[in-house]
Design a protein around this ligand. Structure first.
Ligand code: GLP
Length: 246
């Protein structure tokens, strides 16, 4: 595992964007795994800037969402497909049909989860971006879920619902989501986990330096052969070892 502590959240976002840029320019048809969350806004904005100002092209790429809320309307701004569309997709030259995600409106969600699991496995994701929840979740794999999980419907923890309530000021945040499992995520060739802010420091320390345990789903990244963890100083502040310069 490589741990990069950047000088600021801004520079951490640039490091993550560098890794995505290297990846999508190295292959004619890259399969990129996208995460959603506030942390991803800055790297996506940086990729959009590079597309506009430096000609970075996504033309051959396919992108795959990690997870999606269940219970929101198709046009709801908070639906992850719409968030990713607003922050990245509509501003770059991804081909029509290049964005893939689980459909939370499917008649049978278990069948849909199985379909998306196959789609992601067949895609052979080359680089998977990840954030981390303050409780150590990745995607929507909450503490206590098995480390060999695959794509499925999950019930969100109270902590995650409370954390995400800021996006739902006029109502309750969704209680359920479809998420790629830990095994699905771990099948990607490379994982890049980005975390910023001191509120993420305890989860980052447990994920990077603690025991691998279902209680900290992000700790599963320790078992992956190619992981880069990109942090700002706040998110790295509880690490005691394994810190590298950018
Ligand atoms: C949600 C997403 C995760 C993300 C996490 C952290 O729960 N499902 O993929 O890592 O939020 O989000 P933020 O970056 O907003 O802190």
């Amino acid at each position: 595992m490589r741990v990069v502590v950047a000088a600021s959240a801004r520079s951490a976002a640039r490091v993550a964007a560098d890794l995505v840029e290297e990846f999508i320019t190295a292959s004619p048809s890259p399969a990129l795994g996208l995460a959603t969350g506030e942390t991803m806004e800055a790297p996506y904005a940086e990729l959009v800037r590079r597309h506009r100002e430096q000609g970075l092209s996504f033309a051959g790429a396919r992108v795959y969402l990690l997870d999606e809320y269940v219970g929101l309307g198709r046009l709801d701004r908070r639906a992850y497909r719409n968030v990713v569309d607003r922050q990245l997709v509509r501003h770059v030259d991804l081909a029509p049909g290049a964005v893939h995600g689980p459909d939370p409106h499917a008649a049978d969600l278990d069948t849909e989860c199985a379909r998306y699991e196959r789609e992601v496995r067949d895609a052979n994701i080359g680089l998977q971006l990840l954030g981390i929840g303050a409780n150590g979740h990745i995607a929507f794999n909450e503490p206590g879920e098995p480390l060999d999980s695959t794509t499925r419907v999950v019930t969100l923890s109270r902590r995650t619902r409370a954390d995400n309530a800021r996006f739902f000021p006029h109502g309750r945040s969704p209680a359920q989501a479809i998420t790629q499992g830990i095994a699905t995520i771990s099948a990607a060739a490379r994982l890049v986990l980005l975390a910023c802010g001191a509120h993420k420091a305890p989860a980052v320390a447990r994920a990077v330096e603690g025991p691998v345990t279902a209680e900290v789903p992000a700790s599963a990244i320790q078992l992956h052969p190619d992981v880069t963890v990109v942090l700002d100083p706040g998110a790295s502040s509880r690490l005691t070892e394994r810190v590298a310069d950018p």
